[in-house]
Design a protein around this ligand. Structure first.
Ligand code: PGA
Length: 267
């Protein structure tokens, strides 16, 4: 894991945008895995700004989102379809046919989840997957105890996640209990992961993910086995890392040959 600690979430989001923009410029038809939630909002804002002001071109970019609620129409205001259009897709020149989210309304969940996996494979796999982390250590909606080999499938949300997401629905009782989510194995197949985490409320999950044992109880900890996982944190989210000083030192002393070698290097 490459742990990169930034002063605040604004700087961390800019660095994340550098990583994503570098990949889009390198391959205009790059396949991106995208995430929802509060965490990637600064990243998406910066990508929109770069599209408007610097001509960052999304015309051929292909995207696959991590997850979607079961039973919400795509135009439901709290669906992840709506989230992505509101916060990113509507503001860049993305091609509607090139964006993909799991189909929360499908009548055949296993077939639809299988087709989602096949579509990712047919696109050549995901080059970079953007991730947040739940306070309980989930990635996507892979709650603690999820199989670390899992593929896209239906999951039942934990009470903790339902409570955390109630703010988008106006109350816990309105949050769907089920979701379709890429599996942990699906996420591990992407060529790069870019996990963002901000704020004190994520500090414990981040410490377990980076420095704890690999365990299905903390699904994000499996990223320790990923060959190219960038973990971009603000100071608060990094506050419980035992080796925080070492990660800072590594980043500051990144050799020029490595820094120039692509995303994750110093911008
Ligand atoms: P958040 O959610 O970005 O809204 O904190 C992250 C997650 O649950 O994965």
């Amino acid at each position: 894991m490459e742990v990169i600690i930034q002063k605040d979430r604004e700087r961390a989001s800019l660095l994340a945008a550098d990583i994503v923009a570098t990949l889009i410029r390198r391959d205009p038809a790059v396949v991106l895995g995208l995430a929802t939630g509060s965490t990637p909002l600064g990243l998406y804002r910066e990508l929109v700004r770069r599209h408007r002001e610097e001509g960052l071109d999304f015309a051929r970019v292909r995207t696959f989102n991590l997850d979607e609620y079961r039973g919400l129409e795509p135009d439901h205001p709290a669906s992840y379809h709506s989230f992505m259009w509101e916060n990113l897709f509507e503001h860049v020149n993305v091609d509607r046919d090139r964006v993909h989210l799991p189909d929360g309304m499908t009548n055949d969940v296993p077939a639809s989840c299988g087709a989602y996996e096949e579509a990712i494979t047919a696109a050549g796999g995901i080059e970079l997957q953007v991730l947040g982390i739940g306070a309980n250590g989930h990635i996507g909606f892979n709650e603690p105890s999820s199989s670390l080999a899992s593929r896209t499938r239906i999951k039942t949300l934990s009470r903790e996640t339902i409570a955390a997401n109630a703010r988008f629905f106006g109350g816990e009782q309105y949050v769907p209990r089920h979701v379709l989510t890429m599996g942990v194995g699906t996420i591990m197949d992407c060529r790069r992961c870019l996990l963002l985490a901000f704020g004190e409320e994520k500090a414990e999950a981040v410490a377990k993910m980076v420095e704890g044992p690999i365990s299905a109880m903390v699904p994000a900890s499996v990223l320790q086995l990923h060959r190219r996982a960038y973990v971009v944190l603000d100071e608060a989210a990094a506050s419980r890392l035992q080796l925080a000083e070492y990660y800072r030192w590594v980043y500051e002393h990144k050799p020029a040959w490595q820094a120039g070698a692509g995303p994750g290097g110093k911008p």
